[in-house]
Design a protein around this ligand. Structure first.
Ligand SMILES: Cc1ncc(C[n+]2csc(CCOP(=O)(O)OP(=O)(O)O)c2C)c(N)n1
Length: 292
């Protein structure tokens, strides 16, 4: 991996701000989709696709490419936007998000969209194919690495833990899972008296270590820190690594941050204008075709 210079970091932060704006534009235009989860993993996706992953947008099926699975597939508008910014397909195509027959379906489909390595959307199922890819690399003697982003709410699914157990058993040090640890999922009980909002998964470090994984904790919005965590994961031998990325759901837009009701809410025109202004991306508004 190239060193992440301050200049390059600044460029990546600019990409991330644009990606956030385009996510909101696409969801607004579609009149449907998720917002909080995509904004939570935006910085990590930008760092992965613009700096970390060994991929080639002109050859999405190149067999030696690093593999990436967005197991929390409901956040796919963030992945589509990063892929479009990276040159896998035209940016205008983002405005077909969630439309019938579009390549930009509401959950990612590897048979339709260039750059999507695994279909996902039914939570809990992404780590299993990830470990299959990592095992495949070992069997074929290939050096590509596999990365999987998991949700913390998603981690309540039993299949995640079956895959965690098997990956450690096979000592898959070419596999890195990344936990988007924003502490929220789809619903909550914020204003209900006597009710508490339980974190979706408590002490994930202890749990994953008990399953035989190396665990590294980082800030999922600080691309320099996150990149350093991935570099550290790459040096680990004999076990897979989980990166616990501390994140904020809805990150980047003040009125969406840490609010579970923005899990899958469509911004109104007024909210869209305010959000893009906060992101310093008001110039992108001209390409919005959306209405309320
Ligand atoms: C098996 C399954 N159950 C329920 C859902 C509906 N669903 C979509 S997103 C979501 C919450 C996910 O929370 P989390 O994994 O923490 O994601 P994030 O907060 O990052 O959006 C739920 C319950 C689903 N997609 N799949």
């Amino acid at each position: 991996m190239e060193p992440l210079t301050p200049q390059r970091l600044k460029e990546l932060e600019e990409v991330a701000a644009r990606v956030r704006a385009r996510i909101l534009l696409a969801v607004h235009h579609a009149g449907a989709g998720h917002v909080g989860g995509p904004l939570s993993c935006t910085d990590m996706l930008v760092a992965l696709y613009f700096h970390i992953l060994n991929v080639d947008p002109n050859r999405p099926d190149w067999e030696d490419r690093d593999r990436f699975i967005l197991s929390k597939g409901h956040s796919t508008i963030a992945l589509y936007t990063v892929l479009a910014e990276r040159g896998y397909f035209p940016l205008e195509e983002l405005f077909t998000f969630d439309a019938i027959d579009s390549r930009m379906q509401g959950h990612p489909d590897m048979t339709k969209t260039p750059g999507i390595d695994m279909s996902s959307g039914s939570l809990g199922q992404g780590l299993s194919p990830g470990l299959g890819m990592a095992l495949g690399a070992r069997l074929l003697g290939k050096s590509f690495r596999t990365y999987v982003i998991l949700g913390d709410g998603e981690s309540q699914e039993g299949q995640i833990w079956e895959a965690a157990f098997v990956a450690a058993r096979y000592q898959l040090d070419n596999l890195t899972a990344i936990l988007d640890y924003n502490g929220l999922q789809q619903y909550g009980w914020r204003n209900a008296p006597g009710e508490h909002m339980f974190p979706p998964i408590e002490n994930p470090a202890q749990k994953w270590q008990a399953f035989g994984w190396r665990v590294i904790e980082t800030d999922g919005h600080d691309m320099a820190q996150f990149t350093a965590a991935v570099e550290e994961a790459q040096t680990t031998r004999g076990k897979p690594t989980l990166i616990i990325a501390h994140t904020v759901k809805g990150k980047g837009v003040s009125f969406m941050e840490d609010q579970y009701d923005w899990h899958a809410r469509v911004p109104t025109q007024q909210e869209l204008v305010a959000a893009l202004a906060e992101l310093g991306q008001s110039d992108l508004l001209v390409i919005s075709q959306g209405g309320d």
